[in-house]
Design a protein around this ligand. Structure first.
Ligand code: FAD
Ligand code: UQ1
Length: 410
């Protein structure tokens, strides 16, 4: 049986960032990562891939190339975690034991919870930026648009990057204007939420933008069925169950329902809803002190993003350092998360906020305004910060810069 001092489950954003940090703390020989995927993707780029501004190939790198050198990569799927015996079993029957466990398994997409999907993706005019298989279909649908409704959905579940379902809508609006087709298009955003965005400061700004661009927003509308052969999307009014509206579409962008990773949901590590049950300040598991969590798989009550993972990685590094010395964790996570709301091919509203939904902006300028500089950050700076900063355990979020940039200011 293989034994590791520090076992990391999942080689996504959080898993790779933590394995780099744990290598530095404990030495590579004491760290292993379990991840079955051949490729690691920088998912935030998919917003731009779906709009034709970047290629899907440029969003991925082989997993083997981003594992910190010397750290063991176990190329299989976790099937069961038993925190009472400190063991993990994988799909090829391997049993591993650990002293400390970091869970970074991400969340799961549930296209199958919408009637008619995923098989509907075999038809044209429909895409989703949320998976590597469907992101190119968004761009194909956008290019093929002739006239009629362009419909964008937001599901009735927690999601990762809560701004992404509407970013592709603004980019589609811009593309249709650029190609002279906007006058023949109705752009419709049907969201399950009762708001356009969860933080008022940015929501106010986004309402101005949709009005100015002539985009129709329907709140509390949940996509329940796609009849892709007939190009029909069926929505249910969440405030009046049973009230159904059928939208004929010439383009449909689907944001799928999402939920906790099934490995966690079925384990002793889950909370009632199935998410990894961690302390919101120090990221240690609430019942198993040698288990820690980071990222989309956790029940941290903040918006699930890579920016949040960055801030969490710095806190978790500190927590583990303290635990290894038998001391109390001291650094506290404030819930920092960020969502660069792409509003055209050259502008971004850079939302940044904390657990209280209070804006926590890095730059000493009003980030609720659409800005070109922030588009450049999103499209050209963030990918480098991700591959060379976050994944190497060198980027723990913008907090130090925020403090520096706000020196002498309120
Ligand atoms: P992931 O990076 O998803 O990693 C989870 C890993 O676990 C995966 O590699 C998976 O293969 C592995 N795994 C799953 N099950 C098992 C198993 N049973 N055994 C072993 N391994 C397993 N964030 C931002 O900060 N800014 C943005 O602009 C932004 N835009 C986004 C746009 C889109 C379209 C999408 C989809 C996401 C976006 N995000 C953005 C969100 C960001 O990508 C995620 O929040 C981030 O990647 C979460 O990291 P994670 O490590 O928790 O999960
Ligand atoms: C960030 O740190 C990050 O992770 C690398 C992202 O993911 C792609 C982001 O989108 C953002 C906005 C941040 C925050 C960084 C700054 C400089 C505001």
């Amino acid at each position: 049986k293989q034994h590791y001092k520090m076992l990391v489950l999942g080689g996504g954003s959080g898993g790779i960032a933590m394995s780099a940090r744990m290598k530095r703390m404990l030495g590579a020989e004491n760290v292993a990562v379990v991840e079955p995927s051949e490729m690691h993707y920088y998912q935030p780029l998919w917003t731009l891939v779906g709009a034709g501004a970047k290629t899907v190939a440029s969003s991925g790198r082989p997993t083997s190339s981003i594992i910190p050198s010397g750290v063991r990569l176990v190329k299989s799927k976790v099937e069961e975690i038993n925190p009472d015996t400190n063991t993990v079993r994988t799909d090829d029957g391997t049993e591993m034991s650990y002293d400390y466990l970091i869970v970074a398994l991400g969340l799961q997409l549930h296209f199958e919870k919408i009637k008619g999907l995923p098989e509907g993706f075999e038809h044209p005019k429909i895409g989703s930026n949320y998976s590597v298989e469907t992101v190119d279909k968004t761009w194909a649908a956008l290019q093929a648009f002739k006239e009629g409704n362009a419909v964008f959905s937001f599901p009735n579940t927690p999601v990762k990057c809560a701004g992404a379902p509407q970013k592709i809508m603004y980019l589609s609006d811009a593309f249709l204007r650029k190609t002279g087709k906007r006058a023949k298009a109705n752009i419709i955003y049907n969201t399950s939420l009762p708001v356009i965005f969860g933080v008022k400061k940015y929501a106010d700004s986004l309402w101005d933008i949709v009005k100015q661009r002539d985009i129709k927003v329907n709140l509390r509308q949940n996509l329940i069925e796609v009849r892709a052969d007939k190009q029909e999307a069926v929505f249910e009014n969440l405030d009046k169950p049973g009230e159904i509206t059928v939208f004929q579409y010439d383009m449909l962008h689907v944001t799928p329902p999402m939920g906790p990773n099934s490995v966690i949901k079925g384990s002793l590590l889950a909370d009632e809803a199935g998410w990894l049950d961690v302390d919101k300040e120090n990221l240690q598991h609430k019942r198993y002190p040698n288990v820690f969590g980071i990222g989309d798989c956790t029940n941290l009550p903040t918006s699930k993003t890579a920016a949040a993972v960055a801030a969490q990685s710095a806190v978790l590094n500190r927590t583990i350092k303290k635990i290894l010395k038998n001391e109390k964790p001291d650094k506290k996570y404030d819930g920092y998360t960020s969502c660069p709301l792409v509003t055209s091919y050259n502008t971004v509203v850079l939302a940044e906020f904390d657990y209280n939904g209070q804006p926590l902006e890095t730059f000493p300028i009003n980030q609720a305004k659409e800005r070109r500089l922030m588009y450049h950050m999103k499209a050209d700076v963030m990918p480098h910060l991700y591959w060379h900063g976050l994944l190497r355990g060198l980027w723990g979020g913008p907090e130090p810069f925020r403090k520096l940039l706000h020196l002498g200011m309120k």
